[in-house]
Design a protein around this ligand. Structure first.
Ligand code: GDP
Ligand code: IMO
Ligand code: MG
Length: 433
C-alpha cells in the first residue's frame, strides 16, 4: 500500500526489530520521526559490516537522504544525544537532524529519582532502564519540566529549574534518603553548554512537519518500546511512562494527519521481555536458553539478558486493535529455525475458561495460564535458499515457516507484509499483495 505517512510500532514488549524495519522502510521516505520515549530505547540497524545502536537518534539517521526529527513527545538526555551525534559528525557529515524545542529534558535528578523509585516500588517495579524516564514524564505532567528550548534561554531556564530542582532534590533527600550532590548552579552551567552545542538542531519541528506534509513529503514515525509497555494499554504498572501506540504519533510530533496511514506492527517470531512483569508464555528451559543465545537477546541499552517466551497472539491481537495495524513486519524467523516444533500461545485459561483478551487486573493476570498450538519447525536457511528467495520470492521460504506466518495472519486478522530473516538490511523480504 502506498501511503504518504507510515508508523512503525512495537507490538510486543520492545526489541522486536523496529530499528531494522524502520531502516528498511526509510529508503522510500523523506522524514523519520521519533515521537515518544527517550534513551530507554535501543534500536539496532545493521548495514553490511556496520552496526549502529541508536537510543535517541531516529533510525533514519543512517540513511543520508532522510531528515530525522526528534518530536515533542520524546524526552532527551542531552549528554547521551551529543555522544550519539558525535559518532556521526566524526564521519565528516552533519546529520540532517531537527529537535523539537518542546521536547522535555532528562535532568540528573531524574536519573537519581529513577534509581530511588525502583527501590521504593519493590515487586511492582518494572525494572526500569534507570535513564530517568518516569521522573521526567512526571515533571512534564506536574508542569515544571524543562524543555529543549529552555536550554537556549538562560533566564527562562533558571526560573524553571529553581522550581524543578528543589521539588526533586528535596523529595530525593527527605523521602528517599538518597544522596544528590550536583548544585543548581552547576546544572545551569552544564546544561546551558549542552544548549549551545545543540542550538543548530533545536527547531520548530511541528511547523516543519506540517509544511513537509502539505508538500507531499513522505513521513515515517518510528515507535519505541512496544504495546505491552504502553502506560495505558500495557501491563500496568510494569510499563514504561509514555504511550507508544500508533495513535500517539500525532500527539508526539504535533502533526494531525486526517488521512489513511500505513501502520506497521513489528512482531518478533517469539517474545522477549527485559524487566519485570508476569510473562505468560515465558520459556524457563533449554529452549529459552537456545533462543536467547542464538538471537543474541541481551538488552541494547542495559545489556541485561532478555527473558524469552513463545509468540503470544493475545498480545499481538491487542496490538492490532489498539494501534489499528494495517500490517505486520515479522522478524527473527531465522532464530526459530532448527527447532523440531514451535509453539504459539493462542489464548489463556482462567478457572477452566478461555480468555482471549489481556485483562486489566493484575490479580487476574497472575492466575492466567497459556494455551498453545504446536506447529512443525523449519530448517535453517542456506545461502542457496536465500538466493532462491531473491529469485522466486515468498514461495521459496520453507513450507513450515509459511504455515507459521499464515497461522498468525489468520489468528490476528492482519497480513504479514514484511518477513525478516536476519539482522542485515538485505535479509528482508517485502511481500507483494
Ligand atoms: P528494537 O528496539 O525494536 O529496534 O530492537 P533491538 O535493536 O533492540 O533488538 C533487535 C535485535 O535483533 C537487533 O540486534 C537486530 O539487529 C536484530 N534483528 C532484527 N531483525 C532480525 C532478524 O530478522 N533476524 C535476526 N537474526 N536478527 C534480527
Ligand atoms: P526499545 O525501543 C525493551 C522496559 C524496561 C522496564 C520498563 C520501564 O528498544 O524496544 P523505563 O526505563 O522505560 O522506565 O523502564 O520498560 N523498557 C524496554 N524494554 N525495549 C525497550 O525499548 C524498552 N524501554 C523500556 O526494561 O521493564
Ligand atoms: Mg531495543
Amino acid at each position: 500500500m502506498k501511503s504518504q505517512t507510515m508508523v512503525v510500532v512495537g507490538a510486543q514488549w520492545g526489541d522486536e526489530g523496529k530499528g531494522k524495519i524502520t531502516d528498511v522502510l526509510a529508503s522510500s521516505v523523506d522524514y523519520v520521526v521519533r515521537f515518544h520515549g527517550g534513551n530507554n530505547a535501543g534500536h539496532t540497524v545493521q548495514v553490511g559490516e556496520r552496526t549502529y545502536k541508536l537510543h535517541l537518534l531516529p533510525s533514519g539517521i543512517v540513511s543520508r537522504h532522510v531528515t530525522s526529527i526528534i518530536g515533542n513527545g520524546v524526552v532527551i538526555d542531552p549528554r547521551v544525544l551529543l555522544e550519539e551525534l558525535e559518532h556521526f559528525i566524526e564521519e565528516n557529515w552533519t546529520p540532517k537532524l531537527l529537535i523539537s524545542e518542546r521536547a522535555h529534558v532528562i535532568m540528573p535528578y531524574h536519573i537519581a529519582m529513577d534509581e530511588a523509585l525502583s527501590g521504593h516500588q519493590g515487586n511492582l517495579a518494572a525494572g526500569s532502564t534507570k535513564r530517568g524516564i518516569a521522573p521526567v514524564y512526571a515533571d512534564k505532567m506536574y508542569r515544571h519540566g524543562i524543555r529543549m528550548g529552555d536550554l537556549l534561554d538562560a533566564d527562562m531556564f533558571r526560573e524553571k529549574l529553581e522550581k524543578a530542582y528543589h521539588f526533586n532534590v528535596s523529595m530525593l533527600k527527605e523521602q528517599f534518603h538518597h544522596s544528590f550532590d550536583m548544585s543548581l548552579e552547576k546544572i545551569l552551567d552544564v546544561y546551558l553548554e549542552y544548549g549551545k552545542r545543540l542550538e543548530t538542531y533545536i527547531y520548530d519541528t511541528e511547523h516543519e512537519l506540517s509544511l513537509a506534509h502539505r508538500y507531499g513529503q513522505r513521513i515515517l514515525f518510528e515507535g519505541a518500546q512496544g504495546m505491552s509497555l504502553d502506560t495505558d494499554h500495557g501491563m500496568y504498572p510494569y510499563t514504561t511512562s509514555s504511550n507508544n501506540l500508533a495513535g500517539y504519533a500525532e500527539v508526539g510530533s504535533g502533526l494531525g494527519i486526517n488521512a489513511t496511514k500505513r501502520i506497521v506492527g513489528v512482531v518478533k517470531a517469539y517474545v522477549s521481555r527485559v524487566g519485570e512483569s508476569p510473562f505468560l508464555s515465558e520459556l524457563l528451559d533449554s529452549t529459552g536458553d537456545f533462543i536467547r543465545e542464538k538471537g543474541r537477546e541481551y538488552g541494547t541499552t542495559t545489556g541485561r539478558p532478555r527473558r524469552i517466551g513463545w509468540l503470544d497472539l493475545v498480545q499481538v491481537r491487542q496490538a492490532v486493535r489498539t494501534s489499528g495495524l494495517t500490517e505486520i513486519a515479522m522478524t527473527k524467523l531465522d532464530i526459530l529455525a532448527g527447532l523440531d516444533e514451535v509453539k504459539i500461545c493462542v489464548a489463556y485459561k482462567l478457572d477452566g475458561k478461555f480468555v482471549t483478551e489481556m485483562p486489566a487486573n493484575l490479580h487476574v493476570i497472575r492466575k492466567l495460564e497459556p494455551v498453545y498450538t504446536v506447529l512443525t519447525g523449519w530448517n535453517e536457511l542456506t545461502e542457496e535458499d536465500k538466493k532462491q528467495i531473491v529469485l522466486n520470492g515468498y514461495e521459496a521460504f520453507p513450507t513450515e515457516m509459511k504455515s507459521f506466518i499464515t497461522f498468525v495472519e489468520s489468528q490476528v486478522q492482519c497480513p504479514v507484509s514484511i518477513v525478516s530473516f536476519g539482522p542485515e538490511r538485505t535479509e528482508t523480504f517485502i511481500r507483494e499483495r
